[in-house]
Design a protein around this ligand. Structure first.
Ligand code: GCO
Ligand code: MG
Length: 409
């Protein structure tokens, strides 16, 4: 089999997505996700200008060789744009291989290690009643594990909190990127957040009981000592995890957090290679790996990263916000089903326009996702529908402290 074409499709149904479609001389096609929120066009150019010409004529079955070739022959290593582009190729090739084999992709990764994939959804509220409503709505939608984000008194806009409650009761309408020409400015105060959050978790536990798995995302905003303090303060509420408590590119910082708290820690959605986790995994400073298949070099690289983590009893918690396309989500689900050290899968639901562009075969019921039984990833791209939604500039916001200092968002 030979690759005869590779097309980059940029579409913006509910938000921007970058998709690579690889076509073979035998008529089998494969899809890969290269969406990088707020930097979509860079990945599209990396693919179209520098990668697609290298793919034509290659044997699509040689996935490991293609991965190593794209990684090493660029000379320049790592980085989100490069690794998202490599991921798009890698996932498209796995899709082709599985379609050629006539099997759902998870079968090629070793087969199912479980019956379903436990998923968590994002509840949020500006105050407790709104937060409780959102949690109830997520339970009705089938979620059995819930991430809790809440406004903080004195701060105008906080990461993860929907501007208004969902109208149809079915969709979660928090979307990190905003369709603005420039990034929006938000405000932040870590001390106010640290004072407020433990009380919120106490109220949620009192209302929903001890069993419901609860998660929280610190979104890189704390110093190590602040993160240690928060982890300790949240211990009575038995979190499933505290995510991105510090800007984790300083891996050693987690030693200090770990020394002070038994709250489980999840890190890595902004990482893109196994090297970003070297100290974190070897010293067992985290409990969950948060990388996205889409941003970490695809299934080939994620499998290696998660196998490495497994030796240290560290589990998966694959990134799955709306900025991972249905193609990237499907790739995550096949991997989740196959690996032994699965932890949990993030699942933020896409909107109707996205579901029209990407026809999907996964299911979600009673807390569990399943990728379905179609050959390959189980996702098809409707290119005519995609063409109806051209790219729209959209950016993630950023934070400033009260005195004007730029802070992690
Ligand atoms: C999460 C993430 C996202 C990111 C988003 C940025 O845990 O789901 O923090 O919401 O903010 O992916 O593009
Ligand atoms: Mg996060």
């Amino acid at each position: 089999m030979k690759i005869i074409a590779a097309d980059v499709v940029v579409t913006s149904p509910d938000r921007n997505f970058v998709t690579l479609k690889i076509t073979t001389d035998e008529g089998i096609t494969g899809l890969g996700d290269g969406t990088l929120n707020g930097r979509e066009l860079s990945v599209a150019s990396y693919l179209a200008d520098h990668v697609v010409p290298l793919l034509i004529g290659r044997d699509p079955h040689r996935i490991e060789d293609t991965w190593q070739f794209l990684y090493r022959s660029a000379y320049w290593r790592r980085g989100p744009v490069t690794m998202a582009a490599i991921a798009a190729v890698d996932v498209a090739l796995w899709d082709i291989k599985a379609k050629a084999a006539g099997m759902p992709l998870y079968q090629l990764l070793g087969g199912a290690s479980r019956n379903g994939i436990m998923a968590y959804g994002h509840a949020s509220g500006r105050d407790l009643p709104e937060l409780f409503d959102s949690i109830r709505r997520h339970l009705e939608m089938g979620y059995r594990s819930i991430r809790v984000q809440t406004s903080v008194p004195g701060i105008n806009a906080v990461y993860g909190v929907a501007a208004q409650p969902s109208i149809d009761g079915k969709r979660y309408d928090y979307e990190p990127a905003q369709r603005t020409a420039l990034p929006a400015e938000e405000d932040w105060d870590t001390r106010a957040y640290l004072r407020h959050l433990p009380g919120v978790f106490e109220a949620v536990r009192n209302e929903f009981g001890p069993e419901l798995p609860l998660l929280h995302d610190g979104h890189h905003r704390m110093t190590p000592i602040q993160a240690a303090k928060l982890g300790k303060a949240l211990e009575p509420y038995d979190l499933f995890w505290l995510e991105d408590c510090t800007p984790a590119e300083n891996q050693e910082a987690l030693r200090l957090v770990r020394r002070h708290t038994t709250t489980p820690l999840a890190i890595g959605e902004v990482f893109n290679t196994v090297w970003d986790y070297q100290t974190l995994i070897r010293e067992q400073l985290i409990d969950y790996v948060r990388s996205a298949v889409t941003h970490t070099g695809g299934i080939t690289a994620m499998r290696k990263l998660l196998d490495y983590a497994a030796q240290y009893q560290i589990k998966s918690g694959i990134h799955g916000p709306t900025d991972i396309s249905p193609v990237g989500m499907a790739a995550a689900l096949h991997l989740d089903l196959a690996i032994h050290n699965f932890g949990i899968q993030e699942y933020m639901q896409h909107g109707p326009a996205t579901n029209e562009v990407f026809q999907q075969s996964f299911s979600f019921a009673d807390g569990y996702l399943h990728p379905g039984g179609l050959p390959g990833l189980g996702v098809e791209l409707d290119e005519e529908a995609a063409a109806r939604f051209p790219y729209q500039p959209a950016y993630l916001p950023f934070n400033r402290l009260k005195d004007g200092t730029v802070h992690d968002w």
